[in-house]
Write a protein that binds this ligand. Structure first.
Ligand code: HEC
Length: 144
């Protein structure tokens, strides 16, 4: 009488292992999918390098570096910087693209420049880290 339950027990123990094996097999392609997703998804790439932006810290970065041209309220200053509220350029770009833009700026010589005024790299503050810039981007995204 003791044999049968032991076999049943063994079957019960083996079954989850077999299922785990199957799940493991399923995980492999899923993992591959995730990698493909990261390659294609720029927001996922951000997570590898810098954490998601902290808008509260970004507001401080903005006040210290960006406000001199874009205005303390980010409504823009004629001849210095553009209005960043409900900004289509910002809305159309991923965080990665925004990071690349803010790091590079947009000189007046750039054909894409719209005002004939320089946007300097990092707003002219080379001390800003990528994380600072991600934070300021998160702040700019809160401007409606
Ligand atoms: C020295 C002045 C100056 C500073 C400082 C500055 N900007 Fe700019 N920024 C500009 C100008 C001028 C433009 C517009 C360039 C053009 O004519 O296309 C611009 C454009 C932009 C744009 C694109 C807007 C659009 O509609 O094309 C973004 C986003 C932006 N700035 C973000 C920032 C952030 C974030 C900071 C702070 C880290 C910053 N800027 C600091 C002058 C400045």
């Amino acid at each position: 009488m003791k044999r049968l339950p032991t076999i049943l027990l063994a079957a019960l123990l083996v079954a989850p292992l077999a299922l785990a094996g199957c799940a493991g097999d399923k995980d492999a392609p899923a993992g591959t999918d995730t990698e493909q997703g990261e390659d294609g998804d720029e927001e996922a790439d951000d997570a590898d390098d810098v954490a998601a932006g902290d808008a509260a810290h970004g507001a401080e970065v903005y006040a210290g570096t960006c406000s001199s041209c874009h205005g303390p309220d980010a409504m823009g200053i004629e001849g210095l910087g553009k209005n960043l509220h409900a900004n289509a350029f910002v809305a159309d770009r991923s965080d990665t693209e925004m990071l690349a833009f803010v790091k590079t700026g947009r000189p007046a010589s750039d054909p894409l420049n719209t005002t004939g005024v320089d946007m300097p790299p990092k707003g002219g503050n080379p001390a800003l880290s990528d994380q600072d810039l991600m934070d300021v981007i998160a702040h700019v995204r809160t401007l409606k």
